[in-house]
Design a protein around this ligand. Structure first.
Ligand SMILES: [Zn+2]
Length: 226
């Protein structure tokens, strides 16, 4: 976790700092290495699971926002980021269930989802040409996160998915049909993502015009099977 409580204030971890878990109220240990994002962790004997299993990527994304917005509880959920304008941001590094997505979405007005697809982009499972993308490991889950769906590929390339469609295509290499997701996106940087999120505006809203249907060509898709 990034944020602990001390004297009723929200505090980031600092060398020798004091902080208590917002869930179990136990005293925490500040983890302040040179490489990783500073964070808090429970003492080894603690049985509290809050903050456990968090990845460096997850912590790094949260650390880009002001402390008052990070790890904010609302109702039964705690959002990674909850902006002053009522928009919650969830960063997903691992898989999440459809039920989880629906539950989290119910408690806030607007939700922005960012999934880490860095590995998929590296392995060419996700390819981009202009504002078109092809993803050869389609997931039903992504459709639930529209229209505020972002895919993290690198700090320089975050895709805002504006339109997506699942399709069955014939794979010349393997001779089998396979399912892919294709669609339109906008490429932005991580810095731009944070700037936009902080001033949630028209850019995050779904386009009012129906998406243009285009004939897609297959591009750089490697045979992959789940
Ligand atoms: Zn705890």
């Amino acid at each position: 976790m990034l944020v602990a409580i001390h004297n009723n204030e929200r505090v980031f971890a600092t060398e020798g700092g004091v902080g208590y878990c917002p869930e179990c109220h136990e005293s925490l240990i500040p983890a302040c290495g040179d490489i990783y994002i500073h964070h808090w962790r429970h003492k080894p004997e603690s049985i509290c699971t809050y903050g456990a299993g968090e990845t460096t990527w997850h912590r790094r994304m949260k650390s880009l926002f002001p402390i008052e917005c990070v790890e904010v509880r609302h109702g039964v959920n705690r959002s990674d980021v909850l902006l002053q304008n009522g928009t919650a941001i969830e960063f997903q590094n691992s898989s999440i269930s459809i039920t989880d997505i629906k539950t989290r979405r119910m408690s806030v007005d607007r939700m922005i989802w960012m999934f880490n697809l860095e590995k998929q982009a590296d392995r060419d499972q996700l390819s981009v040409d202009g504002n078109m993308f092809w993803y050869n490991r389609p997931k039903e889950i992504f459709h639930l996160c529209m229209p505020h769906l972002f895919w993290y590929c690198s700090d320089e390339m975050i895709l805002k998915v504006n339109y997506m469609n699942d399709d069955i295509v014939y794979d010349n290499v393997t001779g089998y049909n396979k399912k892919i997701t294709e669609g339109r996106c906008e490429k932005i940087t991580l810095t731009e993502f944070v700037e936009r999120a902080m001033k949630y505006d028209e850019q995050f809203k779904q386009p009012e015009k129906p998406p243009e249907i285009v004939q897609l060509k297959l591009f750089n898709i490697n045979p992959q099977h789940d």
